[in-house]
Design a protein around this ligand. Structure first.
Ligand SMILES: [Zn+2]
Length: 464
């Protein structure tokens, strides 16, 4: 959509109270080649204009002074666990949405490994209703590929799609049966649905950390990268002639990155994501027996981390997710081999990805933002978001790239405190999250905006 002429724009805007004008910031727009220091105007929840000196066009707008900060599209996370229904003690859709807003995310995809699993229209509708009630973030439900995520019988994928499921996954486990997965590819192809896979061959699962020297030393059962590689290779073969939309979740192994690199070269329809912890930590971290380093897929060796970093840089890895997986303190205090897998990630993703990729000189801020906005929007077919072009939804994050703060899990909006990054000094902090033109998070120490209520959730780290 093109912006209207200056004169029409003025008349429209003068009559409309729902205007937000971001001034003095540097725009990181994936649709553009380079950052630009221009204003951004949001009207009625949509991006209305971008350019210098927009203040004259919108004298009645609420002003957000983004001086010294970056202005980017709201972040999109393809992989979170909000635990509702069934495990509300770990997270609810409301608490997860607040964590997302605090982390700069305006759209997240929640996985269906709830209790019961999200495997029907009614369950999809339940998530959407709870998300609308919380009203802080778009929570886009994934439906289960198989009924009850048992891997035996396909769930009603098309009905779930019609009810609003954005994709399908049995996340937490991979679909072990090649026959079932083949049917799933054929089925989603009929309505152009998206299949995401937690790639782990069940016959080779059961380890609690990466197989290797550290696992041997600690006396813990190891999970070898081949479990991940085998399922990716199988799925690529199953899908070769069908060519359905296929997405590999939380890639972690060098061999897996290489399989996807080759598949993309041969023209396969495949995309993949990574997590912050698989870019910043190795299996040696498990040496303390701290279950906050227990994730699935497990933290791998240094060569795997390097391969994942290289895959992000050369574009084999399309997007940057979190796999935000909250658990209670009691569960994570169990012994390493008994504690559940997973770490929280929404409130630390931006600075951690910046540490791995921007502050280390591998990517520019604009390239990083593209992998957290435009690329997931493309994979999810969300054509109304992922850039700052006029006409798109007014989903925006304003952040400070240089501000240092220390990760304190007690300050999280998420119910989950299980992060392997507690105490870490990170650089980069969200100042505002804006969803469809409405401020849904404001860093407490940021300049207050007149007329905008206090941010949701509890107040945040003063040091931020
Ligand atoms: Zn998974």
């Amino acid at each position: 959509m093109r912006s209207p002429s200056a004169r029409t724009a003025f008349i429209l805007i003068a009559m409309n109270p729902a205007q937000l004008l971001l001034i003095n910031g540097t725009l990181l727009d994936p649709a553009r080649e380079r950052p630009e220091s221009v204003d951004l105007l949001i009207v009625d929840g949509l991006i209305a204009a971008r350019g210098p000196g927009l203040r004259a066009q919108a004298p009645a707008a609420t002003i957000i002074d983004a001086a010294g900060g970056y202005v980017a599209p709201g972040l999109i996370d393809m992989h979170v666990h909000f635990r509702e229904p069934g495990q509300e003690q770990k997270e609810t859709i409301a608490s997860g949405s607040a964590a997302a807003a605090a982390g700069g995310f305006t759209s997240v995809c929640c996985m269906p490994n709830t209790t019961p699993a999200i495997d029907s229209e009614a369950q999809v509708e339940f998530v959407l209703t709870q998300a609308a009630r919380a009203d802080l973030c778009d929570v886009l439900p994934f439906g289960a590929i198989t009924k009850a995520r048992e891997g035996r019988e396909l769930a009603e994928l098309m009905l779930m799609s019609e009810a609003g499921a954005i994709g399908f996954s049995d996340d937490g486990a991979g679909v072990g049966s090649a026959a079932v997965m083949l049917k799933a590819f054929q089925y989603v192809k009929m309505f152009d649905g998206l299949l995401s896979q937690h790639c782990e061959e069940p016959a080779l699962s059961g380890g609690v950390m990466n197989a290797g020297a550290t696992a041997l030393r600690l006396g813990l059962g190891g999970a070898a990268p081949v479990a991940e590689e085998l399922m990716i290779a199988r799925d690529l073969l199953l899908n070769r002639r069908i060519n359905a939309r296929y997405h590999v979740q939380h890639i972690s192994a060098a061999g897996a990155v290489e399989l996807i690199r080759q598949a993309k070269k041969s023209g396969h329809q495949v995309t993949c994501e990574v997590t912050p912890h698989h870019l910043l930590l190795t299996d040696e971290s498990c040496g303390s027996y701290d279950s906050n380093f227990k994730v699935n897929p497990p933290l791998r060796g240094a060569a795997d981390v390097q391969a994942c970093l290289a895959g992000v840089v050369d574009g084999v890895i399309d997007c940057l997710a979190t796999d935000h997986a909250p658990h209670t303190r009691e569960e994570k205090e169990l012994e390493f081999d008994k504690a559940p897998f997973g770490v929280v990630g929404l409130e630390t993703a931006l600075p951690l990805y910046a540490e791995a990729l921007v502050h280390s000189g591998r990517l520019s801020w604009l390239e990083l933002i593209r992998k957290m906005t435009a690329n997931p929007a493309r994979i999810l077919r969300l054509s109304d978001r992922g850039s700052l072009s006029p006409g798109l939804r007014g989903d925006v994050v304003v952040f400070d790239s240089e501000l240092r703060w220390r990760v304190d899990p007690q300050k999280f909006h998420s119910k989950g405190r299980n992060t392997p990054f507690a105490g870490r000094l990170v650089k980069g902090a969200v100042r505002y999250s804006i969803r469809a033109g409405r401020v849904v998070y404001q860093r407490p120490t940021g300049k207050e905006i007149a007329g905008i209520p206090a941010p949701p959730g509890r107040s945040s780290d003063k040091e931020r």
